[in-house]
Design a protein around this ligand. Structure first.
Ligand SMILES: NC(=O)c1ccc[n+]([C@@H]2O[C@H](COP(=O)([O-])OP(=O)(O)OC[C@H]3O[C@@H](n4cnc5c(N)ncnc54)[C@H](OP(=O)(O)O)[C@@H]3O)[C@@H](O)[C@H]2O)c1
Length: 309
């Protein structure tokens, strides 16, 4: 029988124990933030009549946030690009939650100019305490970078980065005045750096780093604003028409779960438990192998979308 030297087996035992501890620590850390209760109520204490602004609120996860925030007693500014759709969604919300107030803000984020500063006037004196930077998306199916047009690249950056950055800049003083305040930025698993969605992927990488930078800035400047980035996996939405399952939540479930993460030790956290478990792969699997698995999943997704189309 093969005999290993004693110090080799001892070393293996230590490596095994260290790996088990590391995995246990990773799992426990992830699970903890999903069982503690949300700190969201501190942004809408009794008698304050607080407002939240949700960007990209006419569909998908954004409309999910509008519903979830209304259910938790917030008045909601719904932002979108299509006035009729905004009015329709506003009516739906008012019918579902008659005691809350809603207002709409029409602004196409792809055509952003300096006029975006007028959003401050649209907020007016409303005690805004929550900003959900949700608007975003990929603007094209999986496509190699050289095949993308100038306009597609420019618009993807405006949709995912430019508007979010400008709105955050404009609203920090308002959130501080009404403090404590919350800024929640919606990121994506794509920030890992994925092929064929390179521009979107890079934009979400910006969202992650911007979230961390602004969170630090709020702390060192002593502003009472929590900044939390939510990492999101596959979610059924307007642009991602997949079937709902345990790993693919509906937009409303995703929004509810993200709001339950408020108060977590961020600045970046997974919003939904099954996504957090899937995210362990990013920690444990070597990048080259993981990219091969991701490419396979993206191929399956593309075929699925093609069938639906
Ligand atoms: N769904 C997923 O699997 C997934 C995964 C990871 C991250 N995310 C992130 O989650 C966020 C929401 O995604 P989603 O899937 O819920 O998207 P969605 O269903 O396509 O909804 C996007 C929302 O943004 C609005 N919007 C789009 N372009 C706009 C523009 N130019 N100006 C103003 N509003 C605009 C849409 O308005 P209209 O109703 O007029 O179209 C809609 O309200 C994004 O940041 C996305 O990157 C999603």
């Amino acid at each position: 029988m093969l005999q290993f030297p004693e110090n080799f087996t001892t070393a293996l035992t230590y490596i095994g124990a260290a790996t088990t501890c590391y995995l246990g620590f990773q799992l426990a850390g992830r699970a903890y933030w999903f069982i503690r209760s949300s700190s969201l109520p501190r942004y809408n204490p009794p008698g304050k009549d607080s407002w939240a602004l949700v960007t990209g609120a006419t569909d998908g996860i954004g409309f999910g946030f509008a519903q979830a925030l209304s259910r938790r007693g917030f008045n909601v500014f719904l932002h979108g690009r299509n006035r009729e759709k905004l009015l329709r969604r506003q009516q739906e919300l008012q019918a579902q939650f008659p005691s809350i107030k809603t207002k709409i803000i029409v602004y196409d984020v792809i055509d952003i100019t300096e006029e975006v500063d007028n959003i401050v006037q649209e907020i007016g004196d409303a005690p805004l305490t929550v900003l959900i930077n949700n608007v975003g998306g990929s603007l094209s199916d999986f496509q190699k970078l050289p095949d993308k047009s100038y306009t597609n690249v420019r618009d993807t950056i405006s949709l995912n980065i430019t508007f979010m950055t400008q709105v955050t800049r404009l609203l920090i003083p308002i959130l501080e005045k009404n403090g404590p305040g919350l800024i929640m930025n919606i990121s994506s698993v794509a920030s890992y750096g994925m092929p064929w969605v390179s521009v979107y992927s890079g934009c979400k990488g910006y969202v992650d780093t911007f979230t961390k930078a602004v969170a630090s800035e709020m702390k060192v400047d002593g502003r009472p604003i929590e900044v939390l980035g939510i990492c999101v996996g596959n979610v059924q939405s307007q642009t991602n028409a997949i079937d709902v399952s345990w790993t693919n939540p509906s937009s409303l479930s995703m929004a509810e779960s993200a709001l339950n993460r408020v108060g977590s030790k961020g600045p970046m956290v997974w919003g939904y438990l099954p996504h957090a478990l899937q995210g362990l792969g990013f920690v444990l699997i070597p990048r080259d192998i993981l990219i091969m698995l991701i490419v396979k999943t993206m191929g399956d997704l593309e075929q699925d979308w093609a069938k639906r189309r």
